[in-house]
Ligand binder design. Structure first.
Ligand SMILES: [Fe+2]
Ligand SMILES: [Fe+2]
Length: 405
């Protein structure tokens, strides 16, 4: 059956029967084809085409109604959903071991913090966005993520309250690239997604620092003001000559939700582009895993579980599954207590099952001593995870002992 849909409702797997618009409005030489490549979807969503005809007999139909939001604390739902993500693993390729990439990633993290801090200061003084510097930074972040995405992602989660806004920009850039890579998006588009991540909160330049860094709860008026940062950011980006539409879109819509309860435009599911949906997930993950002036961040493994509970209504379910496969259910650096009575830190994800990562075992709880370090792939042993452990409880400097952040 032919069906006319908005371009924002388009998904890979649909059969495009006709693109509504002139041939100059889009980059394709044909107008009827099955949409298989996520890169083509990104190109179409950022072209001048507003509507397309799809044929549901030859491809997927529009998504059914988004299910109701699942209340927080429904762990059985979280477990079910994680188990599903866990066994559908297509591991993201890593070309350099974590320990080797960490030194390079640390340098990029520090350069990134400095570059974003300078960019904020310059734009605050009325200067133009230093786009050349931003593009060079995205290239470096992209290269590190391509070598081993866990290195930079582990390092950018370490922020202090003053660094937050700057390192959050670097973190969302790295997350967007890693997620896009997992989704099979091509390098040129990955860099655009990275640039969008880097600039998504540029509107915070226009927010009073006293409110941004307020240690307590925001008043209603203060919160209303903070909620204007996507529009303020979009206004700044529009001033920059030939700023890409995808970058503007992520800046304007990274606080939207698929159920329409976000801001500033209350766009509901189908009206949100792929890039904006990706931005929403990466932004929330980094925000809740970071220490803020008003609360300590959650450990990444707990953040993933929380996001599973929130995902319906808040996030795009398919992209969220890809995000879990990118980060892992027990992200790199997570401290685990094993059934064997040992402590271990996650160093990599397993090819087979995200619930059974590769870990570095280093401590015996029974004898309360450090033991010879050993890499163990939990998908290949009898030992299993008992629970997530907290380093503070054991008084251990895990980074110093294991070299894993
Ligand atoms: Fe934001
Ligand atoms: Fe953000």
């Amino acid at each position: 059956m032919r069906k006319k849909i908005a371009i924002t409702e388009l998904k890979t797997g649909m059969y495009i029967d006709e693109l509504c618009g002139s041939w100059m409005d889009h980059p394709f030489w044909k107008t009827a084809f099955k949409l298989k490549d996520p890169n083509d979807l990104v190109s179409l969503q950022h072209s001048a085409i507003k509507d397309v005809w799809i044929d549901t007999a030859k491809g997927l139909d529009v998504a059914p109604q988004v299910p109701h939001r699942v209340k927080e604390g429904t762990n059985s739902y979280a477990d079910q959903s994680l188990k599903h993500a866990a066994t559908d693993v297509s591991k993201i390729h890593v070309s350099v071991p974590l320990e080797l990439e960490l030194a390079c990633a640390e340098q990029i993290r520090n350069e990134g913090r400095h570059a974003i801090m300078s960019m904020f200061a310059e734009v605050r003084m009325g200067k133009a966005l230093p786009m050349d510097e931003m593009v060079i930074l995205v290239d470096k972040i992209n290269d590190s993520v391509m070598r081993n995405h866990s290195a930079l992602l582990s390092l950018v989660k370490l922020k202090n309250k003053d660094d937050y806004t700057y390192l959050h920009s670097v973190a969302v850039c790295a997350l967007m690239i890693a997620l896009g890579k997992q989704m099979g998006i091509e390098e040129k588009q990955l860099k655009l997604l990275g640039l969008a991540g880097l600039l998504h909160d540029v509107g915070k330049i226009a927010m009073p620092e006293a409110i941004l860094n307020k240690p307590g709860r925001l008043t209603d008026d203060e919160f209303a003001l903070i909620k204007t940062h996507p529009v303020r950011g979009w206004e700044i980006l529009k001033e920059s000559p030939s700023m890409n539409a995808l970058v503007q879109d992520v800046c304007l819509h990274h606080h939207e939700r698929v159920d329409g309860a976000g801001y500033p435009d209350q766009l509901s599911g189908p009206a949100l582009t792929l890039a904006a949906r990706m931005g929403a997930i990466c932004d929330v993950y980094d925000a809740i895993t970071s220490d803020r002036c008003y609360k300590a961040g959650w450990p990444p493994a707990e953040a993933i579980r929380k996001m599973v509970e929130w995902q319906n209504g808040h996030f795009d379910a398919t992209i969220f599954q890809a995000f879990v496969r990118t980060i892992g259910i027990y992200p790199v650096g997570t401290l685990l207590k094993l059934k064997s009575g040992r402590l271990a830190v996650v160093t990599d994800q397993s090819e087979k099952n995200l619930l059974k990562p590769i870990v570095k075992v280093f401590f015996s709880i029974r004898s309360n001593t450090l033991i010879k370090m050993e890499l163990v792939d939990l998908s290949h042993t009898q030992d299993t995870i008992e629970n997530i452990a907290h380093a503070d409880k054991w008084g251990l400097d895990v980074k110093k002992i294991t070299g894993i952040v």
